[in-house]
Structures are given as C-alpha cells and as structure tokens.
Design a protein around this ligand. Structure first.
Ligand code: NCD
Ligand code: ZN
Length: 348
C-alpha cells in the first residue's frame, strides 16, 4: 500500500500549553486531528469550568486560520485536586465545558504539584462522574520514591486502580499513555469500563533508546519508556483492532533549554509528525487496515461521541523531520525523530 485515507482522527491526550508555546504547537495538532483532549496541567492548573472556558478561548484564538477553526475542536479537561468541588464537575460537564477530568497523583509529572494527595477525598467527585458518564483520565503512576521508576505503573494498577474500579464499577476510566504489558492486560480485562491511550513514542522506543550512546533528553518522558517486552505488548495492543485502545499522543513540548539541562523536563514533542509516526508503526506491523479504528473510531466510541466527518490521507514517501521548531518567544522545541527520515507523509 502506498497511500491510505482514514476518517479524520482525534488526539485523546495532548499538551497544548499557553502563550507563545501554544501558538507554536497548536497548528500541528489542528492540521491532523478533528478534536483533542487538552490536558489541564498549565503552570496555573485548569481546575474550574471558568478557567477551562478561558483556556478554550485562548486555544481557539491561537488557531492559525479559518480552515483550522472549521476543522478543530479542543475538548477541555478538569485538573482534579484534593479540593475539587462536586458542583464544578457537575456543572462543567453538564454545560459542555469539561469533556473529562484528569487525575495527576501529586508530583507524578510536569506541573502536578497541585495534584491529588489523597484519592479517597475525591470519592464524591467520582460518584458524580460515574452517575453522569463523565470519563476519568488517569496518570497511572505511584509517586512513592521507594518504588522503582520502571515499576510505578504496574504498582499503580495493584495499589490504586484495582480498588478504584471495585468501588466505582461503572465509572468510565481511561488509563493514559500506558507503557507496560501489565496495563495492556488490565485494561483488556476491564474492557467496557476502561480504555487506554497509547503514544507514538512508546510504540517506537524502549528504555534502551533513552541511553543509546549517551543520555538522550528528548526521549525522556513520563511514564518513562520501559523494556522491549513492554514496547512489543503496546504494539500488539494498538494494532490488535481492540476497541479499548486508542490514539493519544501525549505530545508534551518543552523549550530545548529545559530539556537539555542538568535536571531536564519530562515530555516528548510528537505533534509535528504524530500521524506519520503511528502510520509507520501500523505499516511495520502489517496492520494499516486497523489504523482507522485506533486513530479515528475507538476514541469517540468510548467517549460517547460521533466519529469525525472528513478524512486525512497519508502517502508512502520519505521526508526528513526538521531539526528544531521555532517558538515565537525565541525558544525552540525538538520534534521527536528530529533530523531523521520517516516514510509516511500526511497529505494536505
Ligand atoms: C507531560 C508534560 O510535560 O506536561 N510530560 C510527560 O512526560 N508526558 C506531563 C504528563 O503527561 O505526564
Ligand atoms: Zn500527558
């Protein structure tokens, strides 16, 4: 196959940031995807419907042109804290401002200092979400420094997720950016109630790639890439046709200076070539016929939305990913696979 057309896909997990960075990265997402679930972990986290409505306005204003404005809808999320009010969740969802709520365990990742320290305090919020059918999006890693960084997802499944789904058996849960065979198995076992997003980079790199010939800050993200056996399990899951797995890039841009530093930030920027990366993986797995399900159909079905109208076409053609992408404030970001050749290209 040298060309593939699929229904316009969605990105169910994206960091668009704000200000100059928003302006730099948003056109890439809007060009490929009909909708995106926008993460709320801004420096001042998006915790109320009013903040989400403001952020949505800023995103819409930053869209590059009319075509993008016609084709792209940002779906907003609520950043859960120990003090999230049931009313805010209820009203935000009922008014169509919030599409979902995001749970970051406190200090699990970038801008998560305000995250949840005690999940039991959120029980009334989860009960309301369950009643309304509002999805809960989990950053599924424990934060106990005594737990090895490569085990944090698997331990989260045992210690937090298992009791959570027992207590809330019909709460819709998306385990975001899964990185382990353990998560794949768990999500499959709870299909219907649960789904998972899978990033392009976790399909492409294992932990060895983070240390290939030296330390590679642009391959560092959270959850961190795991052993090869896990990468292979993710590739199997993504390309299986199983509706509980769908596309979520977790594109997480940081200025290069913040990545190439003594203490570099977690996050990989894949928005510039996301669909091309996924298509390459599906091609390598001889599963191009399953790309549309993963990218365009399973996500909306889980969220209870219609699939997008319209389509995108990719052609099998070599192209070189640029080395850096400029941000209007003078900084720049490093796209995943910068300077390397990809063999699928989005046509539009
Ligand atoms: C994300 C970010 O930079 O906001 N970083 C990352 O490594 N994925 C936060 C997150 O999703 O964990
Ligand atoms: Zn993320």
């Amino acid at each position: 196959m040298t060309e593939i057309t699929i229904r316009r896909p969605d990105d169910w997990h994206v960091h668009l940031r704000d200000d100059a960075m928003l302006e730099a990265v948003l056109p890439f997402t809007a060009r490929q995807f009909g909708r995106a679930i926008v993460m709320p972990n801004l420096a001042a986290p998006v915790t109320t419907p009013a903040m989400a409505a403001d952020y949505r306005r800023r995103i819409l204003q930053a869209l590059p042109d009319e075509k993008a404005a016609e084709n792209f809808i940002p779906l907003m999320t609520c950043y859960l804290t120990d003090d999230t009010a049931v009313n805010d969740i209820q009203n935000g969802y009922a008014d169509g401002v919030f599409a979902a709520a995001k749970l970051y365990p406190a200090n699990a990742t970038t801008n998560s200092a305000h995250g949840v320290t005690d999940i039991t305090r959120l029980e009334p919020v989860f009960a309301k979400m369950q009643e309304m059918g509002m999805p809960l999006l989990l950053h599924g890693e424990v934060t106990d420094p005594a737990v090895d960084i490569f085990d944090r997802e698997a331990v989260y499944i045992d210690q937090v997720l298992t009791p959570l789904i027992e207590e809330f058996p019909t709460l819709k849960i998306v385990m975001e950016h899964v990185t382990t065979k353990d998560a794949v198995k768990f999500v499959r076992a709870h299909k219907g109630q649960m789904a998972a997003t899978i990033t392009a980079h976790h399909l492409m790199i294992s932990r060895n790639d983070i240390f290939a010939g030296g330390i590679r800050p642009h391959r560092y993200c959270l959850p961190i890439a795991k052993r090869e056996v896990h990468r292979l399990a993710l590739r199997e899951a993504a390309t299986s046709g199983d509706s509980c797995f769908f596309l979520g890039t977790d594109t997480a841009p940081h200025p290069i200076d913040d990545k190439e530093a003594a203490c570099g930030c977690a996050g990989i920027f894949t928005a510039a070539n996301a669909l091309e990366l996924y298509t390459q993986v599906f091609d390598e797995e001889n599963a191009l016929d399953r790309l549309e399900g993963f990218a365009s159909l399973h996500g909306p079905a889980f969220y209870g939305m219609d699939a997008n109208e319209g389509s995108v076409t990719l052609v099998k053609e070599n192209w070189r990913v640029p080395g850096t992408i400029a941000v209007p404030d003078g900084s720049s970001v490093h796209p995943f696979r910068a300077g390397e050749t990809l063999n699928w290209k989005l046509k539009n």
